[in-house]
Design a protein around this ligand. Structure first.
Ligand SMILES: Nc1nc2c(c(=O)[nH]1)N[C@H]1C(S)=C(S)[C@@H](COP(=O)(O)OP(=O)(O)OC[C@H]3O[C@@H](n4cnc5c(N)ncnc54)[C@H](O)[C@@H]3O)O[C@H]1N2
Ligand code: MOO
Length: 406
């Protein structure tokens, strides 16, 4: 049995230890990626505009580039007539200069010709041959987007920490960028342990169950901005687990192992950690999740989550996910996702340790799911979870609680 076995730590102390370990082992890293692959990634540095936008004075309407003063007092009864000297579309410019009494036919997006200070919309004109009648007067600057009026070279367009959305990616491309520096996703290797675990249908026999944790953890890692890879299902065997952990650490920043954390399974993970590195936590005063293990091998963290699927997911979400979020550039807390709702009924909680309940939200009320932490229906119906502090034993119906979404 490992030296730290179930020397239960208070939740607050465990949080501090985990924070220190992350702080000492990892720092934010960046990588440059193609804009095309950048959706949902987090920007690593403030981005300043490299060019003015629009890059030239451009037409906002289809019509005629004119001198505004030529249109003054125009009306359908008394139209002013101008001579059309050229015609330009977007992507083309005219080398001609408009003089008094002249117009250039222009499409939306084309550069405003020299000498022009307004656009007369095509709907407000009547063309006849090489002339156009203006039916409405326009003021100077009408329907022109001036160079740099949207973005000036040097303006801050996106900030460090912004999450790239389709719109933000478009804004970067408008600057001619091909690549963007983003936070590197922390890479996390996932191991499930247990002789009973299978992946394939052909192996699903009496006494076996499917490996749930690898899949729920991989998706939880993805939501917190990391990248998880399912490495292996390992038998309850010291050598096999040691080998898999050594292999995993060559490639991954963090390893998450689930199962085999409590007394009954022979404490294999604790033994491996004691032999290859150090154990910092074995046992936290929370429910579920008491047998959680946190250890370090060289400078990398190996976290042992309890095997029960609800416990594994809750421990990852509450204790590990904030750090993965921070490393991936996301805000540490998910405050924007935390809302308060009233409890739909009385709720008993274990005194002396913080307890997490999976809950469903219905009619804006919290419905705790009271099942053992191995129950799969809980996972299927839960929208998220609530936390009841260790001092509380009984919560009354209607009490307002924070709801944490997965
Ligand atoms: N004497 C004690 N027994 C137990 C304690 C304790 O403190 N003293 N704690 C209980 C609690 S709480 C939990 S949680 C479990 C955690 O123990 P382990 O981490 O060793 O988990 P296992 O025994 O490997 O598995 C528990 C349960 O979960 C199923 N499991 C495991 N891995 C997966 C997976 N990847 N996918 C789906 N289901 C999984 C496993 O089959 C077991 O049914 O220990 C209690 N016992
Ligand atoms: O971690 Mo265990 O689930 O407390 O059931």
């Amino acid at each position: 049995m490992g030296t730290e076995f179930l020397k239960i730590k208070e939740l607050e102390e465990a949080i501090e230890i985990i924070e220190e370990l992350f702080k000492n082992s990892y720092k934010n890293q960046s990588e440059e990626i193609s804009l095309e692959e950048s959706v949902h990634r987090v920007i690593f540095n403030d981005v300043e505009a490299k060019i003015d936008f629009p890059p030239f004075n451009r037409a906002l309407k289809d019509g005629y580039a004119i001198k505004a003063e030529d249109s003054f007092k125009s009306s359908p009864q008394d139209p002013k007539s101008l001579k059309i000297i050229d015609s330009i579309e977007a992507g083309i410019y005219s080398s001609k200069t408009i003089e008094k009494g002249q117009a250039i036919e222009i499409s939306t997006g084309a550069p405003i010709p020299e000498g022009s200070d307004a656009i007369a919309m095509v709907e407000h004109t009547e063309r006849y041959g090489e002339h156009v009648n203006l039916l409405v007067g326009v003021t100077p600057n009408t329907d022109i987007a001036f160079k740099g009026s949207d973005i000036k070279k040097g303006d801050l367009i996106l900030k460090k920490g912004n999450i790239l959305s389709p719109g933000k990616i478009g804004a970067l491309k408008a600057q001619g960028l091909e690549k963007i520096e983003v936070f590197k996703k922390p890479k996390i290797g996932i191991i499930s342990t247990g002789n009973e675990l299978v992946v394939d249908k052909k192996d699903f026999k009496f006494s076996k169950i499917y490996d749930v944790n690898s899949y729920s953890l991989k998706s939880a890692i993805q939501i917190s901005g990391g990248e998880g890879e399912i490495l292996a299902i390992v038998k309850d065997n010291y050598d096999e687990l040691k080998e898999e952990i050594k292999k995993g650490l060559e490639k991954y920043d963090i390893l998450l192992s689930s199962g085999g954390t409590s007394a009954g399974r022979g404490d294999i993970l604790i033994e491996v950690l004691n032999d290859l590195g150090e154990v910092y936590i074995h046992g936290i005063s929370i429910k579920p999740g008491k047998p959680t293990i946190v250890g370090k091998i060289d400078s990398k963290l190996v976290i042992g989550l309890p095997g029960n699927p609800v416990a594994a997911l809750i421990v990852y979400s509450t204790l590990i996910s904030p750090h993965v979020r921070k490393l991936s550039g996301l805000k540490e807390s998910m405050k924007s996702k935390v809302k308060k709702f009233p409890l739909n009924s009385r709720l008993h909680s274990s005194k002396g340790r913080a307890q997490y309940f999976l809950v469903k939200i219905q009619d804006k009320k919290i419905y705790p799911i009271i099942k053992d932490s191995g129950a799969i229906t809980s996972l299927a119906i839960a929208d998220g979870y609530i936390k009841v502090p260790k001092e509380k034993e009984l919560l009354e119906e209607g009490e307002m609680l924070r709801f944490y979404e997965f």
